[in-house]
Write a protein that binds this ligand. Structure first.
Ligand SMILES: CC(C)(COP(=O)(O)OP(=O)(O)OC[C@H]1O[C@@H](n2cnc3c(N)ncnc32)[C@H](O)[C@@H]1OP(=O)(O)O)[C@@H](O)C(=O)NCCC(=O)NCCS
Length: 164
């Protein structure tokens, strides 16, 4: 199946998208375009030749409080930074019809590459994700994301991304 990754636009057909989580399906169908217009988030979609959406992820600028970072990292950061710049990979999802075929990994690596390119233009300490459940935690863990001590979020430093 030939699929490409594009920025979400009106030509893309998202009505049938179903990843098994209503929250993630409804975000794509009802809110993603508004968030793009309001400059709150970007949304990249995995589409087939008919422009049918088979997967998506969102990215936005975010920050993390110093005290929410792992202890070893806090020690290495200058004390003057009380909040640290990160990118939030808010959502990533693949349509159930093609899950388990490597497309989630392709989307994740595309998101990491976009973050890496951005980190050459502005300061980004890490990528943060907000896993929807325990299965998502193990998905992210398998790519090196670590759990944060004071929240349900997970974290991958840009230094680690550079080495991938
Ligand atoms: C999680 C998700 C994006 C993965 O996409 P996918 O196309 O099914 O996954 P891939 O085929 O690319 O698999 C990539 C790796 O992750 C593992 N993996 C896939 N889904 C997983 C899951 N739910 N839990 C744990 N590991 C998972 C695979 O085993 C694979 O590892 P391997 O290469 O060592 O076998 C997709 O299953 C999905 O949309 N799930 C529902 C929404 C969700 O949980 N989103 C993430 C959190 S917001």
């Amino acid at each position: 199946m030939k699929l490409t990754i594009e920025k979400l636009e009106s030509i893309h057909v998202k009505e049938e998208f179903s990843c098994g989580y209503d929250l993630l399906d409804n975000y794509l169908k009802r809110q993603a375009n508004q968030d793009i217009k309001r400059k709150l988030s970007s949304c990249s979609v995995l589409v087939d030749k008919q422009n049918i959406v088979k997967g998506y992820f969102t990215l936005s600028a975010n920050s993390i409080r110093r005290q929410d970072l792992p202890e070893e990292l806090i020690k290495k950061l200058p004390p003057s930074y009380s909040d640290l710049p990160v990118i939030l990979l808010g959502r990533i999802a693949i349509d159930k019809s093609i899950q388990g075929n490597g497309f989630g990994e392709i989307l994740l690596f595309d998101a990491l590459k976009k973050c890496l390119d951005l980190s050459n233009q502005l300061g980004i300490l890490a990528i943060v994700v907000d896993p929807i459940d325990d299965k998502a935690v193990s998905f992210y863990k398998s790519y090196g994301f670590i759990e944060l001590p004071t929240s349900d979020k997970m974290f991958l430093s840009m230094k680690t991304v550079e080495q991938l």
